[in-house]
Ligand binder design. Structure first.
Ligand SMILES: [Zn+2]
Length: 113
């Protein structure tokens, strides 16, 4: 399960930010998650709960903000959000697409006291 490695990296970032901000107890963690990132929010939450035990991030709530996929057609320049992964450009029906948005998973902010 690759969510475990991802979550360990995430937790390290969260703890680093908490230390910098002088946060002793993290209450919530806001995350941006692209539709195409291939990451299961529930799996990350479960891993995080286990991995954060005994750290200042224990019990923190993970809040995911979904980032829609955005593709640009290299042929006609049309920018669109596909309803499925391998959808061609709705304007010219070609499949020569560049991903502008939707592959990322990142830490947006943390809150705590
Ligand atoms: Zn096109």
């Amino acid at each position: 399960m690759h969510e475990l490695g991802i979550t360990e990296d995430l937790l390290a970032h969260v703890l680093e930010h908490a230390a910098e901000a002088g946060i002793k107890k993290v209450t919530s963690v806001r995350l941006g998650l692209g539709d195409m990132a291939g990451i299961e929010p529930d799996a990350v939450s479960l891993c995080f709960e286990a991995a954060s035990r005994g750290t200042p991030a224990q019990g923190a709530e993970l809040v995911f903000r979904r980032i829609e996929t955005e593709l640009r057609c290299r042929f006609c320049g049309n920018v669109f959000t596909p309803s499925q992964f391998d959808e061609p450009c709705p304007q010219c029906q070609r499949l020569n697409l560049e991903v502008l948005n939707g592959q990322d998973f990142y830490l947006e902010s943390i809150e705590g006291e």
